[in-house]
Structure formats: C-alpha cells, structure tokens
Design a protein around this ligand. Structure first.
Ligand SMILES: Cc1cc2nc3c(=O)[nH]c(=O)nc-3n(C[C@H](O)[C@H](O)[C@H](O)COP(=O)(O)OP(=O)(O)OC[C@H]3O[C@@H](n4cnc5c(N)ncnc54)[C@H](O)[C@@H]3O)c2cc1C
Ligand code: FES
Length: 346
C-alpha cells in the first residue's frame, strides 16, 4: 500500500451540507487514479486515527487537481470534522486510490449508451465518470438519472448544467426531486423517487436499458430498485457496476449474535477483546485502540482480511464475498462473533 500526503488548496461549498476539498497533486509522486475510484483519508481526531474513503469527484487527465466531495452525516465523526475544521494549507495523509467501480473508456465500445444512476452524495464518483466519458468519448450517449430532495440540495447542479450545454448532443439529465409535492414532468424534472414506472416513462424503450452499461451509486433502496429492473430485463451482470457508501444492517440479522470474547493474534502478540453485540470485530478492535488495517467498511476493499484459526463468524451486510477471500479467511468489517472459540490471525 502506498501512502501520500496532500495539501489542501481550496474548499468549495457545494450545498448547505456538502463541501468539495481540492488537493494539489504531490510534486514528485503523482497520484494516478481511474474515474469512479476513491481516496482513503487518514484523519486524527482527539488522539484517535480514523480512515474514511471518499470517491474522487475530479476526473483523471481532465481536472488538474484532485477533488473529493463530502456530505456531512448527522452524528458522523469524520464528515463533520472535515466540514467544520478543514482549511486551506492543511496537509492530509491518504492511501493510494482503490475501488473497482471504474469507468475505463478503452473497455466500453464508443457507441454504447452509458446510464448513470445516483442520489445525493452518490453523484460523486458518477461526476468523475460523467466528465471522463464526455471528454474521452464525445460520441457516446450518456444519461444521468439523479435523485435529490430539491434543487437547493442537488450537488454539482451548475457543473452538470454546464456539461449539458457543452455536450448537448450526447448528455441527457433527468432530475428526480423527492421534496417537490405535486407531480411535475417539466424540463427533465420529475417529482418523487426513481422507480420503474418513472424510468419507463423517460427511457424510450426497454432495449435501451438492456443495451446500456449501468453505474449505480446511492442508498441501498436506489441500488435495489435499479438492479431489480435491470435483472428483469436480463441485463448482463458485467454491464452493471454498483458502489455503496455504507451498509445498512437489518437488526433481525443480529438476533442470534451475542457479546463474546475474541482472541486476535497480531505479529505474535495475543489480545483478547470483547465484541459487544451489534459491533463488527473491526469496530470493536478500533474502539479498543488496535491498529487494524481497513478502508471501505462495506466488505469490498479486503484490507481488513484476516485468517480465522478457529470458531465461526457471521457475515452481515455483504451479499457476496470478494473472490480473494479464502474459506478460512474473514473480513473483520462485516464479521460478527457466532461462537465462543474464535481465534483470528492478522
Ligand atoms: C467506497 C466509498 C466511497 C465513499 N465516497 C463518499 C463520497 O464521495 N462522499 C461522501 O460524503 N461519503 C462517501 N463515503 C462515505 C464516507 O466514507 C463515510 O462513511 C461518511 O463520510 C460517514 O463518515 P463519518 O465518520 O462522518 O460517520 P461515522 O461516525 O462513521 O458514522 C456515524 C453514523 O452515520 C451512519 N453513516 C455512515 N456513513 C453514512 C453514509 N454515507 N450515509 C448515511 N449514513 C451514514 C453510520 O451508520 C453511523 O450511524 C464513501 C464510502 C465508501 C465505502
Ligand atoms: S474494510 Fe474494506 S473489506 Fe473490510
């Protein structure tokens, strides 16, 4: 893993609860990334180290600077800290870019329609993909379906309008607003959430959905809605990319989990820690000041992978384990203790 230190050169207020942090590229060791990837920030607050991933909103080879866009989450430790305290000239340590929610212009035929589905801060990686597609493949048709509470809470609306003007032959944008009461269907604005009937009323036909490449980033509800529609149409899984910012845990899944003691062996040192019911093994380890490796906390980056020497864990919040997690391994961020004899080696 490579680490970099980045200097903040600007902070842009996008909406009342969203900022974009602009970093200067390092002088010697430039950061290379792909549209759709994220940067993991390492932030120290009151003596504790926190790692949080933020998708690039800037586009590689197009934007001179590196940009990430952060929405403050109620009660959130890092998002509020960044929103309230980050300033120009601050230096922030980051990990190398990661993520497989990637748009690679060379792997998608120039005439294939790209459909971007987003809500709220989920626009961030889609913005990077949007700029990359339009600039690298100007003949490619791109449709953005973007859901927000109202125009005031819509991140990047001005930038998107400017792209619409510049690329008026290839880009179509549908804004969905949940906070606009009456049913309006005006100027590419629709009231309510993105659902099947609204999609079918704006997409010219099912073949258009079937033949497109889809990128979805937003809350679980949006992801499930779009995936269900695409799966009914038998859109190949290789043409659907999804990114999740957080996992939602159904409390029923915790019914058979109890507070248990777990043994963790790290570099020959043995620690026995308590995993309180409801907390993942990663969360409990971090609460007890263990220096554990992690980033996404959604079961995708595999940085928290560990060997399960004995006992059983329950995996919660992840539909499919990444391919490189072996039978005798687990991801600490989505593992909950299921038996009393758990021994984990990091
Ligand atoms: C791959 C990836 C890319 C991401 N990109 C972005 C991005 O571009 N912009 C951005 O703003 N965030 C992004 N996030 C989310 C970000 O990493 C943090 O999780 C988020 O800022 C909350 O961190 P926190 O420390 O403020 O909240 P925490 O203190 O970790 O959590 C506080 C509470 O907020 C809830 N919560 C955590 N994350 C979210 C969320 N995203 N939405 C709603 N509730 C949440 C938690 O369940 C918890 O109850 C991304 C996450 C991932 C995994
Ligand atoms: S922190 Fe990314 S998989 Fe666990």
């Amino acid at each position: 893993m490579q680490y970099f230190t980045l200097k903040v050169i600007d902070i842009i207020k996008d909406t009342s609860d969203v900022i974009t942090i602009r970093f200067k590229q390092p002088g010697l060791k430039k950061i290379k990334y792909k549209a759709g990837q994220y940067l993991t920030l390492i932030i120290r607050i009151n003596g504790r180290k926190y790692l949080r991933p933020y998708s690039f909103s800037s586009a590689p080879d197009i934007d001179l600077y590196l940009e990430i866009t952060i929405k403050r989450i109620q009660g959130g430790v890092v998002s509020n800290y960044l929103y309230d305290h980050i300033k120009v000239d601050d230096i922030i340590e980051v990990m190398e870019p990661m993520g497989d929610f990637i748009y690679d212009p060379s792997s998608i035929p120039n005439n294939q329609h790209i459909m971007l589905w987003g809500a709220g801060s989920g626009i961030t990686p889609l913005m990077s993909i949007l700029k990359t597609t339009l600039n690298h493949s100007p003949d490619t048709k791109v449709s953005l379906f973007y859901c927000n509470r109202n125009p005031e809470h819509t991140i990047f609306q001005q930038e998107i309008n400017a792209l619409k003007e510049k690329f008026n032959k290839s880009l179509v944008v549908w804004n969905f607003y949940t906070g606009i009461p009456e049913d309006i269907y005006l100027n590419y604005q629709i009231s309510g959430r993105i659902d099947e009937s609204k999609i079918m009323s704006v997409v010219s036909n099912k073949e258009e959905l079937f033949g497109s490449v889809h990128y979805i980033c937003g809350p679980t509800g949006l992801k499930n809605t779009i995936k269900a529609i695409l799966s009914k149409l038998e859109v190949p899984a290789t043409n659907i990319f999804t990114e999740e910012f957080e996992v939602l845990i159904d409390s029923q899944q915790l019914d058979d989990i109890q507070t248990r003691m777990v043994t963790i062996i790290e570099g020959g040192k043995k620690s026995v820690i308590e995993i309180v019911k409801g907390k993942s093994i990663l969360d409990s380890g971090l609460d007890q000041d263990m220096d554990l490796s992690y980033s996404c906390q959604t079961g995708t980056c595999t940085l928290c992978k560990a060997k399960l020497l004995s006992g059983k864990v329950k995996v919660i919040g992840v539909d499919k384990m990444p391919d490189d997690v072996a039978e005798d391994e687990c991801l600490l961020c989505c593992s909950y203790p299921y038996t009393d004899d758990i021994i984990i080696q990091i």
